[in-house]
Design a binder for this molecule. Structure first.
Ligand SMILES: Cc1cc2nc3c(=O)[nH]c(=O)nc-3n(C[C@H](O)[C@H](O)[C@H](O)COP(=O)(O)OP(=O)(O)OC[C@H]3O[C@@H](n4cnc5c(N)ncnc54)[C@H](O)[C@@H]3O)c2cc1C
Ligand code: SF4
Ligand code: SF4
Length: 483
């Protein structure tokens, strides 16, 4: 019988020989819905799991060029190749963080950027500063949208004023796509900056290399560190749990800021049609543990870039103490472009930014869980669930010798990501939210027992682990005695 590892070797070679269409990538569960493949009035649409995917006849066309711009295509350059081409003289290079000039921890000191941002306000500040200094004419980023217009709570837009950029502040864990803003940049002369998750920034770099007009106009890329992307079904779940019919929800906030509480205590907030607000801490939601993977896009299971390695500058949250307890929010920042290093250094000297230099190890430590999931976790997923299309990853299949508990954690996250979508869709069709909510609570209990050894189930795992470890050391002693 052929094992999973053999399949991983054979599938790619056979499939790599045929040209790809966007629909092939989507059918293989590898489409993040970035929109880089759509041109003109071609559009992405919702699938039943609340993910944006290429739809329509064009999505089935095997076009020249597509394979070079899709971030999940095996024919596209990988993050290392792109970064080497873009930042050839970067003085620092780290396997986890990529190439960079300098790195910092801190926040914006001027105006209300920090209070308005999800973290320390650095993304909105850099975007605004680029505009103020005349380095760009517009910034493509994600802002709230009118859900009545095309059923989206958020969308990419091109902001051309400081006020517009500020109104777009905050993180949106919601499917968005860039096709419309890419088209706008293609049609309208000017210089632009693009804000995006690592895979979106990779797509922008690949597109810029293919399309001379975009290559000339997209002057800067601002990357967001990324754990994974959620589907729109997470909003359905929020609405059920906050007692708000989904049709009445007008606005969604994933991380309501409260300076008096730790930054990592997320609060979800819904604004309803009558102007009232409903909120709940993530920890009290049936699916409120970010790391468990509820409603994760399947492509994220095959991603190996946590820190936007191809972006000119990248931003994350400082998820280490004392910063994670500071509810005002603190960024980590990785500067890869020398021009942006000068811009940031000048603002530090003027007291407009409160940033302290840090090294790669500090940055990696703030993203320890994300990096583990996308290094050893990715190796294990490539081994147990080889993708149905060839993939070009900087991590090789492996993980067979990981401790049992870690393997179970990766399997559990994967199942939760897949099943949360299926069960919610079933519950919606049956008009029975409790079906999903009961399943989610049980799944979360199992995940937390495994991940944090919590509850009676966690105690059982602890005992099994102790026996396993004892058996391992007995076996090792036995082997030593006989060697
Ligand atoms: C899906 C997702 C996953 C993330 N995972 C992690 C993680 O694992 N670890 C970590 O440290 N940080 C993660 N971040 C980044 C983090 O949430 C903050 O966005 C980042 O720290 C910047 O905060 P800020 O206060 O500087 O930004 P702000 O000043 O609040 O500005 C945020 C900017 O990002 C834009 N934006 C918001 N959502 C999106 C989006 N989905 N796509 C493109 N642009 C967007 C906004 O329009 C705005 O311009 C993630 C962000 C997203 C969107
Ligand atoms: S990942 Fe992006 S470029 Fe690739 S098929 Fe999906 S939408 Fe198109
Ligand atoms: S985890 Fe990777 S694939 Fe998923 S949204 Fe983030 S950068 Fe994109």
């Amino acid at each position: 019988m052929r094992c999973a590892r053999d399949r991983a070797r054979i599938w790619p070679r056979r499939l790599a020989e045929r040209p790809l269409a966007p629909r092939d990538v989507a059918a293989a569960g590898l489409c993040i819905g970035c929109g880089a493949c759509a041109k003109g009035d071609e559009a992405l649409g919702w699938d039943r799991f609340g993910q944006l995917k290429p739809v329509g006849a064009w999505a089935g066309e095997r076009r020249r060029g597509f394979a070079r711009v899709c971030p999940f295509s095996p024919a596209a350059r990988d993050e290392d190749e792109i970064a080497t081409g873009r930042f050839p003289d970067a003085p620092e290079r780290d396997g986890r963080i990529g190439s960079f000039e300098t790195a910092y921890v801190g926040h914006v000191a001027e105006d209300a950027f920090r209070a308005m941002g999800s973290s320390g306000g650095m993304v909105s500040w850099v975007a605004t500063e680029l505009l103020r200094q005349g380095l760009v004419d517009g910034v493509a980023h994600v802002a709230p949208a009118d859900p009545d217009r095309d059923g989206r709570f958020f969308d990419y837009r091109l902001s051309r004023s400081e006020a517009e950029i500020r109104r777009g502040a905050k993180s949106r864990y919601y499917p968005v796509e860039m096709s419309r803003v890419i088209e706008e940049m293609r049609l309208t002369p000017g210089r632009y900056a693009v804000v995006g998750a690592p895979c979106f920034i990779k797509a922008v770099n690949l597109l810029s290399a293919e399309d001379a007009v975009l290559g000339e106009r997209i002057a800067f890329t601002l990357g967001l560190f990324c754990g994974h992307m959620k589907s729109a079904r997470l909003v359905d779940s929020f609405a059920w749990q906050l007692g708000a019919p989904i049709g009445t929800v007008r606005a969604v906030e994933y991380r309501r800021k409260d300076p008096d509480r730790p930054a990592n205590w997320y609060t979800a907030q819904l604004t309803l049609a009558d102007g009232s607000e409903r909120r709940q801490d993530w920890w009290h939601l049936a699916d409120g543990d970010w790391g468990a993977g509820f409603f994760q896009n399947s492509a994220c299971d095959y991603c190996d870039d946590v820190v936007a390695e191809t972006a000119d500058i990248a931003f994350g949250d400082a998820w280490v103490e004392p910063y994670s307890s500071d509810g005002r929010g603190t960024n980590v920042v990785v500067v890869r472009n020398p021009e942006l290093r000068r811009l940031v250094s000048a603002a530090i000297a003027e007291g407009r930014l409160a940033l302290d230099p840090v090294d790669a190890a500090f940055i990696a430590n703030t993203q320890a869980a994300g990096l583990r999931h996308r290094r050893e976790g990715l190796a294990y997923r490539l081994r147990i669930a080889p993708p149905r299309l060839p993939l070009r990853k900087r991590v090789a299949p492996g993980g067979g010798s990981l401790p049992l508990r870690r393997r179970l954690i990766y399997r559990c996250r994967r199942r939760i990501a897949i099943d949360s979508h299926r069960v919610l869709v079933l519950a919606r069709a049956a008009g029975w939210p409790a079906l999903y909510l009961r399943w989610a609570k049980a799944a979360l209990r199992l995940y937390e027992a495994l991940a944090y050894l919590r509850g009676p189930l966690g105690g059982a795992f602890r005992r099994v682990g102790a026996v396993w470890r004892r058996k391992g050391s007995d076996d090792a002693n036995h082997a030593l005695r006989h060697s």
